[in-house]
Design a protein around this ligand. Structure first.
Ligand code: ADP
Ligand code: MG
Length: 251
């Protein structure tokens, strides 16, 4: 299973160094944390990895191969999936259909065949449907399969977004504040799912504002502040680091 690596990655918006020479690694089979106060540059990191934003400097590799200049759809096809800080679902489509869209990210030919109504496409649809139901069960969402996604409670919409992101069985998944706005029960349920995904070999990058949640789940944590990596390592040690404490008190 491949590892995702960032080497001296920077993003400047005019004079603002939103991300300044950041290096980090998201290994397979682990949950890696990325924390930091609002405006630290966390979402910008995800946007660069996923091909939404171009890098100003540095390199990003998956399994040793650079993806730094790849478009978002290419990055997705190379096995890196993401969720967005602001949920992006098709609100009028069902939960099941929203999950099904996720399969198509990695299988362009399959989508074309489906549009043309080829027999192979019907087999694909059947196979995708079975996989979608597996996901719905794993996320305890099978009772909501036929609901319109836009009518769901916020926590459930977040789950749909996550199922869609992991439908194509990515090697790496980037989760931008996945438990924001959830209560403790909901975030504990998601924590269990994240562990299961990591145990299955997936590499997770968990971006969070909530330090406690990350500390409990992650093997390694990176801390960004004003675009700079101010600490990294064992979560328990990192949260006691005076620079990290200062960064959080400063907000
Ligand atoms: P975080 O996700 O850690 O809260 P962001 O990555 O969203 O932080 O933002 C980091 C900094 O970059 C902020 O100062 C933000 O205002 C700025 N920023 C983010 N995206 C853009 C953009 N597209 N254009 C200009 N500035 C941006
Ligand atoms: Mg953000």
């Amino acid at each position: 299973m491949p590892s995702l690596k960032l080497e001296n990655v920077a993003k400047h918006f005019g004079g603002l160094k939103a991300v300044d020479k950041v290096s980090m690694e998201v290994p397979p089979g682990e949950i890696t944390g990325l924390i930091g106060p609002n405006g630290a540059g966390k979402s910008t990191v995800v946007n660069m990895i996923s091909g939404v934003l171009a890098l100003t400097e540095g390199d990003i590799t998956v399994d040793g191969v650079s993806v730094a200049t790849d478009r978002a759809d290419i990055v997705a096809r190379k096995g890196v999936a993401r969720t967005f800080q602001n949920i992006r679902l098709l609100p009028e489509a069902t939960v099941l259909d929203n999950v099904m869209i996720g399969f198509h990210r990695r299988e362009e030919a399959g989508v074309l065949a489906q549009m043309l109504g080829l027999p192979a496409a019907r087999r694909d649809t059947k196979r995708f449907e079975e996989k979608a139901w597996d996901l719905l069960r794993r996320f305890r969402m099978e009772d909501f399969a036929e609901y319109e996604a836009g009518n769901l409670a916020y926590g459930h919409q977040r789950r749909v977004e996550m199922m869609r992101a992991i439908a194509a069985e990515p090697d790496i998944v980037l989760l931008d504040e996945p438990v924001a706005g959830m209560n403790d029960v909901e975030s504990d349920e998601l924590a269990t799912i994240f562990r299961e995904l990591a145990d299955s070999g997936m590499g997770l990058l968990l971006i969070e504002h909530n330090v406690g949640f990350v500390t409990r789940l992650c093997k390694k944590v990176y801390v960004l502040d004003s675009g700079r990596m101010i600490a990294s390592g064992d979560p328990e040690a990192v949260v006691r680091d005076p620079q990290v404490v200062a960064a959080y008190i400063g907000t």
